[in-house]
Design a protein around this ligand. Structure first.
Ligand code: P6P
Length: 349
């Protein structure tokens, strides 16, 4: 859907005004989803204010704890986790939350009312890059609850991405940009830190037809299957058109995804047959792959696990990992084709 509000022609459009404008297209909207998106924008401002002064706020480095993933918890992602929880636990808008940092679904404290939405999120993805001043990001997704009433359930959090109501991310980089979709296209807002407002800067994002980049950690190439290795060679120019893409890999999912969303390209994190920690790759389905897949498809792209559409995969576990190929549809489908031709596991006889 093309937004009626455009930057640059003198209009200054805040994210709050834009969300309200979009809400008008849903006459039966109650404003609850609008307010959850406001809450995520506020969380983004608070987290951004800390990421830009992490070194000064003495919150660099690790807490010394490990999260459910077995990863060191950086102080900044603990801060991000607390910020998102505290902004959402008492609003009466959510039935339950789930976070990359927390083993199980996060119940709404009993003293607060529950609501009709479910918020799943990675509070600070790429946090291992914090100490090197590399862009990091927050990823979030919003489902309608399936359970009737009262405390939300694990099942509320394990819904396929195709049922998402909204998804988005915030990238904390040279500027802080919030990108989201409610199924009416993908729109980006850049934070003006002087006035504390997210201003519409990227309306109606569409992935360019002609891709420019591919993003993959080729340090693991020896662990990839033949199909994925052949696909990578194709991207490097071993194809009929002799067309090669440039390699850009930051090692921070939100930053790598954001660049491919705007410039055209593919990010992939394949299954890793040699690493028992990552037989299904490293990235998580519920709060990384599915939200970004929702955005990619809203922007004209596509996302797959190499064989199945990400949005069609029904999660079985909260922290389930999944191979991820995401970005320009032509490239993701090419990856699926190579995997089908060279890696297909023969059907059981
Ligand atoms: P690797 C960051 O730790 C992260 O979860 C994603 O943000 C990023 O895409 C990926 O891991 C990088 O993993 O194995 O290439 O360092």
């Amino acid at each position: 859907m093309t937004s009626r509000l455009r930057p640059g022609d003198g209009t200054i459009v805040t994210i709050e005004r834009f969300i309200l404008e979009q809400e008008r297209d849903y006459p039966d909207a109650t404003g609850t989803l609008t307010n959850v998106l406001y809450d995520m924008a506020l969380a983004a401002k608070i987290i951004s204010s800390h990421t830009t002064r992490a070194g000064l706020a003495q919150i660099l480095g690790s807490t010394g704890e490990q999260n459910v993933q077995g990863e060191e918890v950086q102080k900044l992602d603990a801060f991000a986790e607390r910020t998102i929880f505290r902004l959402n636990d008492h609003t009466g808008r959510l039935a339950v939350m789930a976070s990359e940092e927390i083993d199980n679904p996060i119940p709404i404290p009993p003293q607060f009312a529950t609501g009709k939405y479910v918020l799943v999120y990675d509070p600070l993805d790429g946090s291992s890059n914090i100490d090197y001043n590399v862009s990091v990001g927050t990823i979030f997704a919003i489902h309608r609850r399936k359970s009737a009433e009262g405390p939300g359930t694990l099942d509320d959090c394990l819904q396929p991405g195709r049922d998402l109501v909204a998804a988005g991310y915030i990238i904390y980089g040279s500027s802080t940009i919030m990108v989201y979709s409610t199924g009416q296209g993908v729109h980006g807002f850049t934070l003006d830190p002087h006035i504390g407002e997210f201003l519409l800067s990227h309306p109606d994002i569409r992935i360019p037809a002609k891709p420019k980049y591919y993003s993959a950690n080729q340090g693991y190439e020896r662990h990839w299957t033949e199909g994925v290795r052949r696909f990578t060679q194709d991207l490097q120019g071993d194809n009929e058109q002799k067309q090669a893409l440039s390699l850009r890999y930051i090692g921070s999912l939100v930053a790598d995804f954001h660049r491919n969303l705007l410039a055209g390209g593919i990010f992939y994190y394949p299954a890793d047959s040699q690493d028992p920690r990552k037989p299904q790759g490293k990235l998580r389905l519920v709060y990384e792959a599915a939200p970004l897949a929702f955005l990619a498809e809203q922007a004209g792209g596509y996302a797959s696990d190499g064989q199945r559409r990400i949005l069609d995969i029904r999660p079985e576990r909260l922290h389930q990992r999944v191979p991820l190929y995401i970005g320009s549809r032509s490239l993701v489908e090419k990856a699926e084709d190579y995997i089908r031709r060279y890696d297909a596991v023969p059907a059981a006889q």
